[in-house]
Design a protein around this ligand. Sequence first.
Ligand code: NAP
Length: 282
Amino acid sequence: MTLLDGKATAKKHKARIAEETFALKAKGITPGLAVVIVGGDPASRQYVDNKKKDCAQCGIYSEEHALPGDCDQAHLLALLDGLNRRADIHGILVQLPLPKHLDEKRVLLAIDPAKDVDAFHPFNVGRIMIGDYDFAPCTPAGVMALLDEYDIPVEGKTCVVVGRSNIVGKPQAMLLLHRHGTVTLCHSRTRDLGALTRTADILVAAVGREGLITADMVKEGAAVVDVAMNRSAEGKWVGDVRFDEVAGKAAYLTPVPGGVGPMTRVMLLWNTLKAAKQRADQ
Ligand code: NAP
């Protein structure tokens, strides 16, 4: 079994991003990312800190806008409007989830689609659907980049995605489809999940349920990508896939942590760089 090493792959990507950022800076353009965080959720805080660190490592300018947990929607929308207008900010990201009193849909709609580096704006979601997009959501894009790194072909392969969220499962299915995979998308109402996952040459698990994918649900020689990040009873990060048993059956398998997570982070940098380049071309 070959480990799909997201950490090592992300490092290679970061080196390329840093090079391209350097070249863009030589033309007088510094890619800029604005990250908006509302409230003090510790997980969100950690994600935002990581994003800022990644940007700094690659020469991308980043700034944080931290709003109190009880901030009103008008204030947040006004902030986004200001960021949309700024020429030095090419990417805008609102860290989700937002506090319950804020209308997440409305907030995402307020981001200029050309700066929507998370690709959550309905305009960009629609573009992914038709296969004509500038930004793909970071996690599914990270999965594709990991498959590419290990030369795992998608065309003509049977691909099964477990989980149909708007940010992972659905766009993942579309990205695999655009690469000519034959895709099945599973969810909580799927009957006989194992019968479907056993058909997969490429299996992507994105549920958030520790131990869901057992060895008997995996085809011999499959590429298995575990997107999930669950806290085990011992406080460790684990995925949906039972790593030890599936490792004996899969040809390729991601570790958790160190698989999809680092790739997700790196895709945000690519999207920010792309947004800056597009601005430069205009
Ligand atoms: P989500 O919004 O909670 O979606 C989970 C999906 O799993 C839903 O579509 C749900 O089906 C489906 N599901 C639930 N129980 C199932 C079952 N028994 N069998 C089959 N499908 C089932 O989660 P998400 O945001 O997509 O995230 C999924 C996991 O990925 C989480 O562990 C999250 O932490 C992780 N994640 C990791 C990264 C990363 O960078 N590594 C990024 C994002 C998310 P229904 O639609 O029918 O409810």
